[in-house]
Write a protein that binds this ligand. Structure first.
Ligand code: EPU
Length: 419
């Protein structure tokens, strides 16, 4: 089992190049199912979830080529199956993203119903009822979602909750539907906008992406293109949090500051000196005092749930008391108990954590329970006194490419061991 061993106490210093966004590349790879001809996705991060998506597409018969720079070229003309099997869906819930495009393009799709996961029950009812509103015939049988439609029809559909992958699935279905689709209460996340930009470049007619009302005029076909994935805003925020928590100075390159407004504001509130350029963010914490901040997660442009655990770790080392409220997922506080093993002073009341900052935490063996929880434990380990061993780092590898190498480059004392 691979683990990360961290000797804490070294301030992070230096530059780090940000990769393509995990939560953008997964829908973009699903969108390649819609293309006539070959399609190439560039700036792809080498992540476990990307390899899983490649496996998923190949299992459907799609031809996938990966070059030395990890650009991924697909050709969906060889598709011979419309099934996303349980073995893959259980390891990556985002497999549900093939449902919309496969149904829209090929008239049928079968996707294993994702179960609950470590952070919550995460139903997909909105994905399904949105497709039904577009005329799909959907049944759930023996753990599989089976969807059929000769051709989807445009519809006006109000999502009862803001859902990121739900919006993406319905968007990918609507682009080939007959007539106009209006998606109300859409997610406004930058990854949704990135998908819409890509679909438009393929020939789709989408307007309003990035707002809560997205309008789609269906077209007959989409062409294959080359498209480069947007920067990962959560990876960016995580490295900046590394500088903040260790009292260091980090510049993230090839980043998108505009996608991080709410997060950068919180870093400033926490006492960091933050500067931005067109595609870089610089956070300097040297000689400054880390102050606790209150956080309430919200859909974009609110504070992202995917940065909640990292700010929890920062608060644990800060001066003062910070209240962290998780509103998106019902069970995304598993890192709290692990941080407390390192000496953090946190009281958990349901989905609210009251964190009283401590001057020092000490290293301990801890266990990652999900991707962002693993990030918060690594951050805590970087700032704690002594040795922290983070177990179950397969969660980390789902969303952070070569995390230990990039942290070593910033001066961290961290290594991956196999025991
Ligand atoms: N929801 C429903 N019904 C649905 C869909 C969602 O009730 O049909 C609920 C969920 O249970 C949740 C809320 O709506 O309470 C929002 O969930 P959402 O659907 O937006 O989450 P998601 O699309 O499954 C994506 C990211 C997550 C990120 C969330 C929120 C991808 C592949 N995943 O998940 O990323 O936390 O949006 O921003 O885009 C991560 O990267 O660590 C991660 C978990």
């Amino acid at each position: 089992m691979e683990k990360l061993v961290i000797q804490g106490g070294t301030p992070l210093e230096g530059d780090v190049v940000i990769g393509g966004a995990k939560n953008a590349v997964l829908p973009l790879l699903a969108a390649t199912l819609l293309a006539d001809g070959k399609m190439t996705i560039k700036n792809v991060p080498r992540l476990r979830d990307v390899y899983t998506t490649i496996k998923l597409l190949e299992g459907m018969g799609v031809t996938v080529e990966v070059d030395d720079d990890f650009n991924i070229t697909t050709d969906a003309s060889t598709i011979n199956s419309y099934v996303a099997p349980y073995e893959l869906v259980k390891t990556m819930r985002a497999s549900i993203l093939v449902l919309g495009p496969t149904l829209a393009r090929y008239g049928e799709s079968e996707v294993s119903l994702p179960g609950g996961c470590a952070i919550g029950s995460r139903p997909v009812n909105i994905h399904l009822s949105g497709l039904e509103a577009m005329g799909a015939d959907i049944t759930v049988h023996e753990g599989f979602i089976r969807a059929r439609a000769k051709r989807l029809r445009g519809a006006r559909y109000v999502m009862e909750k803001v859902t990121v992958t739900g919006t993406e699935n319905l968007l990918m279905a609507a682009v080939l539907a007959e007539g106009t689709t209006i998606l109300e209460n859409s997610a406004r996340e930058p990854e949704v906008t990135d998908l819409a930009d890509c679909l438009n470049a393929m020939g789709a007619k989408i307007s309003g992406a990035g707002t809560s009302t997205i309008t789609v005029e269906g077209v007959e076909r989409l062409k294959g293109i080359e498209y480069s994935v947007c920067p990962d805003r959560i990876e960016t925020g995580t490295f900046l949090a590394g500088a903040a928590i260790t009292g260091g100075h980090v510049r993230t390159l090839k980043a998108d500051p505009a996608a991080l407004d709410s997060v950068l504001q919180k870093f400033r509130d926490a006492g960091a000196y933050v500067q931005t350029g067109a595609d870089w963010i610089d956070l300097d914490m040297r000689g400054r005092t880390l102050k606790a901040v209150d956080i309430t997660t919200d859909p974009y442009p609110g504070f992202p749930t995917d940065m909640q655990a990292q700010f929890m770790a920062m608060n644990a080392f800060s001066q003062g008391i910070g209240v962290v409220v998780e509103t998106i997922f019902e069970n995304r506080m598993m890192h709290v108990a692990e941080l407390m093993r390192m000496g953090a002073n946190i009281r958990l009341e349901g989905n609210t954590a009251i964190v009283a900052g401590m001057p020092d935490l000490y290293g301990a063996p801890v266990m990652a329970t999900d991707l962002r929880a693993s990030a918060s434990l690594i951050l805590a380990g970087l700032a704690a006194n002594g040795k922290t061993v983070v177990d179950r780092i397969y969660h980390t590898d789902r969303g952070y490419e070569k995390i230990e190498e990039r942290l070593q480059h910033l001066g961290a004392n961290i290594e991956r061991v196999n025991t």
